[in-house]
Design a protein around this ligand. Structure first.
Ligand code: PBG
Length: 324
């Protein structure tokens, strides 16, 4: 039945009516708060490209994690910023590395908070690539898997609740699953960055983590932004290799991919509202061009509407307060 029998505005007439028919729920329970940890003594370092985001020393990270938990955020995702880098990214799998120490301290202070760790080599390698670089300048996929698996084990041993590989090497989810199972961590879930695109939206993050590649780019391992079918294949492969959650990253320019991955896999889907997406809103809000609060809540709702169960976002603490 068309107009005038049908009038869509009837259900928009009041706030309570709109609440009754709202299709998508946004609460803090779906949010993951990414945090950068660095070595230092009771220090924190602002990140110029990401206003409001800082790199925390371990004691400060413990406090920040506590604030996030108090705001109702169930989970954090840790990124380490090491002091030393080398060809093999050995800081990534050092049992006394910055992430491993942080996980122990945060879990001790906040045992209920879900602590996820990013598993990658790029912040720890002198060349800034996510895997091992061979003499000919190419990334050695299978050799990288061994180091990534060692990294995952060291995180699990420190007490990480979930492991999130973001390197985009082929076969890493299977390799990590096998190693975790073999070493007594069969219960630790893998949150796979399955459809991670070679995106310009990571720019501010690379400044935060000091992880920009020293030569070349990441297009031999991250996905071509033009490809959605391939993204779905990646998610299916990760599911078959044992991923527990599949991720699409970035989120906003890839809402169609989030939707398709959800439809194709039926898996719990995470979407990463990345640094460049955050920086754009912060910059526009600071300039007075948009209202930050309503823009952030609309953005996060849209990512959920597209099909994401979980939204990883630097806005998490603010959003959790606004949603209270
Ligand atoms: C590391 C990694 C990156 C991000 C998460 N893990 C950067 C990259 O691939 O260059 C990006 C996160 C963001 O932009 O917020 N591989």
């Amino acid at each position: 039945m068309a107009f005038p029998a049908t009038r869509m505005r009837r259900l928009r007439g009041s706030g309570l009516l709109r609440d009754l028919v709202r299709e998508t729920e946004l609460t803090a329970a779906h949010l993951v708060y990414p945090m950068f940890v660095e070595l230092g003594t009771d220090s924190q370092t602002p990140i110029a490209t990401m206003p409001g985001v800082e790199r925390f020393s371990i004691s400060r990270a413990v406090e920040e994690a506590g604030d996030a938990a108090a705001a109702g955020i169930p989970a954090i995702l840790l990124f380490g910023v090491p002091i030393d880098k080398d060809e093999q990214g050995s800081g990534a799998y050092d049992p006394e590395g910055v992430v491993q120490l942080s996980v122990r301290a945060i879990k001790e202070a906040h045992p209920d908070l879900v602590v996820m760790t990013d598993v990658c080599l790029c912040a720890y390698t002198s060349h800034g690539h996510c895997g091992v670089v061979r003499a000919d300048g190419r990334i050695d996929n299978d050799l990288s898997l061994e180091l990534l698996a060692r990294t995952a084990i060291s995180h699990a041993e420190a007490g990480a609740d979930a492991i999130a590989p973001s390197d985009m090497m082929d076969g890493r989810v299977g390799a990590l699953r096998a190693q975790l199972d073999a070493e007594g961590h069969a219960g630790t879930p893998i949150v796979a960055y399955s459809a991670k695109f070679a995106s310009a939206f990571y720019g501010p993050f690379r400044e935060a983590a000091g992880s920009a590649p020293a030569f070349g780019d990441r297009r031999t391992y991250q996905l071509d932004p033009a490809n959605a079918e391939e993204a779905v294949r990646e998610a299916i492969l990760d599911m078959e290799e044992g991923a527990d959650i599949v991720m699409v990253k970035p989120a906003l320019a890839y809402l169609d991919v989030i939707h398709r991955v959800k439809q194709a896999t039926g898996m719990p889907v995470a979407a990463y509202n990345v640094s460049g997406e955050y920086a754009m809103i912060k910059a526009a809000a600071a300039a007075g061009y948009i209202d930050e609060r309503s823009t952030v809540l609309e953005t996060l709702t849209s990512i959920r509407r597209a099909g994401a169960d979980i939204v990883i976002t630097y806005h998490a603490k603010d959003a959790a307060e606004w949603l209270r």
